[in-house]
Design a binder for this molecule. Structure first.
Ligand code: F6P
Length: 367
C-alpha cells in the first residue's frame, strides 16, 4: 500500500530577518525527499484569516537557490495582530484564534512549522495547544535572545552588517577627528552591539545589561586621545537606558511603540563631556535586510532539514536549536520562557574588557 502523502504547513512570523527564505527552501527540499507536500501560509497567521486562506504551494522550483540568497521572506510576515486579541476596524479587540485553527485544519496539514522569535513562537504554541495540532518551531531573530539556542537565524547577518558599518565609519571618523556613535537594534539584549562592537574594533560598547556612566566613557576617550588617537567608535544598543532612566522609544502609525533614539542622546552627552565633534548613525532595519551571511544560510539549512525530520519522527511541540556545534530539539515552552540576554561575565564581555574596550561601567577605566 502506498504511503499516504503528507502535507505540512509553514509560515514566517514576527519581524523578518535574513535567512528566512533559506529555511523555507531547506524545509521544502527535505520534505520533497520524503514525498511530502508543503503549503506556505502567507503573512504569518494572517493568511489563515483571509477567505479563502492565503496560501501557496511550495515546490523546489519556487524555492530554488535564487530565493535562498534573498533577504526578507517570500511568505510575508507580521509582528502585529495577536490572534488572541486581534485589533478590529472599530477599535475593539477580538479573539480570532479559533478561526485560525479551523482554517489551518481545513488545509489538511499534518503539522505546522513556525519560523519565529519568542513572541511568535509563544502565540503559535498556544494556538497549537488549543487546536490540538502538531507544531515545530524554528528560531529566528536578529536579537538572538531566544532561550537555549546559541544562535537564531538572522543574527549572524545583522552582526555582519553592523560590523561593516563600523568598518565604514572608522575612516570617516579618522578623517574628521570625530567620535562616531552607531546605534544598533537588539531589543533588551545587547548581543548585536557586543558581537559587532568587538568584531568592528569599537572603543566603547554600551549594552542594556550594563548601565553606563558618561564619566567612564569620557575618561576612556580622553585616554585614547592622550595616546594619540584622533577618533573613537562607539556602539550603543537601542534599549540602553537614557541618563534620565528608561529606554528611548518612538511612536509609529497605529500606536506602535519601537525602541530607538538613545544614539542621539548619547551623541550629545559625549560631545559635551569630551568637547568633541560627534556624529550619530542609526542602523535600523538595514540589519534585517539584504543577503543572508553564509553562517545564516548554514543554520537555516540545518534547522529546516531537522524540523522535517522531527515531523517524520512524530516529535512535536519542539523547537530546533543550535548547541555545541549541532542541531538539537527542545520543548518550545522551555525556549520561550528564557530571555537570553548578555551575561555580565560571559566570554564576549570578558573579551571586550580584555581588549580594553569601555563598556560604560568602571570595570574598564584606563589608568
Ligand atoms: O526583534 C527584532 C527587531 O528588529 C528589534 O531588534 C527591533 O527593536 C524591532 O524588531 C523593530 O521592529 P519593527 O520592524 O516593527 O520596527
Amino acid at each position: 500500500m502506498a504511503t499516504p502523502v503528507k502535507r505540512i504547513g509553514i509560515l514566517t512570523s514576527g519581524g523578518d530577518c535574513a535567512g528566512l527564505n533559506a529555511v523555507i527552501r531547506a524545509v521544502v527540499l527535505r520534505a520533497e525527499t520524503l514525498g511530502w507536500d508543503v503549503v506556505g501560509i502567507m503573512d504569518g497567521t494572517h493568511g489563515l484569516l483571509e477567505n479563502p486562506p492565503h496560501v501557496i504551494p511550495l515546490r523546489h522550483n519556487n524555492v530554488d537557490t535564487v530565493v535562498m540568497r534573498q533577504g526578507g521572506t517570500i511568505l510575508g510576515t507580521t509582528n502585529k495582530g495577536d490572534p488572541f486579541a486581534y485589533p478590529m476596524p472599530d477599535g475593539s479587540v477580538k479573539d480570532r484564534s479559533n478561526e485560525i485553527i479551523s482554517a489551518f485544519k481545513k488545509l489538511g496539514c499534518e503539522a505546522l512549522i513556525g519560523i519565529g522569535g519568542d513572541g511568535s513562537l509563544a502565540i503559535l504554541s498556544r494556538l497549537a495547544q488549543q487546536g490540538g495540532f502538531p507544531l515545530i518551531g524554528i528560531p529566528k531573530t536578529i536579537d538572538n535572545d531566544l532561550g537555549i539556542t546559541e544562535m537564531s537565524v538572522g543574527f549572524s547577518t545583522a552582526v555582519d552588517v553592523a560590523t561593516e558599518a563600523l568598518d565604514r565609519l572608522q575612516p570617516t571618523a579618522a578623517s574628521h577627528d570625530r567620535i562616531m556613535i552607531l546605534e544598533v537594534m537588539g531589543r533588551d539584549a545587547g548581543h548585536i552591539a557586543l558581537t559587532a562592537g568587538i568584531a568592528g574594533g569599537a572603543d566603547v560598547i554600551l549594552i542594556p545589561e550594563i548601565p553606563y556612566n558618561i564619566k567612564n566613557i569620557a575618561a576612556h576617550i580622553k585616554a585614547l586621545r592622550e595616546g594619540g588617537r584622533n577618533f573613537a567608535l562607539v556602539v550603543v544598543s537601542e534599549a540602553v537606558l537614557s541618563p534620565k532612566g528608561g529606554s528611548i522609544s518612538r511612536n509609529f502609525f497605529g500606536g506602535q511603540k519601537r525602541l530607538g533614539g538613545i544614539g542621539h542622546i548619547l551623541g550629545e552627552e559625549i560631545a559635551e563631556a569630551c568637547q568633541a565633534e560627534t556624529r550619530v548613525t542609526v542602523l535600523g532595519h538595514v540589519q534585517r535586510g539584504g543577503q543572508p551571511s553564509a553562517h545564516d544560510r548554514l543554520l537555516a539549512s540545518a534547522f529546516g532539514v531537522y524540523a522535517v525530520t522531527l515531523i517524520q519522527q512524530g516529535k512535536f511541540g519542539r523547537m530546533v536549536a543550535w548547541k555545541d556545534r549541532q542541531v538539537i530539539d527542545v520543548p518550545i515552552e522551555e525556549a520561550i520562557k528564557q530571555n537570553r540576554i548578555v551575561e555580565k561575565d560571559c566570554t564576549l564581555v570578558n573579551t571586550a574588557r580584555g581588549l580594553g574596550i569601555c563598556l560604560g561601567d568602571d570595570g574598564t577605566l584606563r589608568v
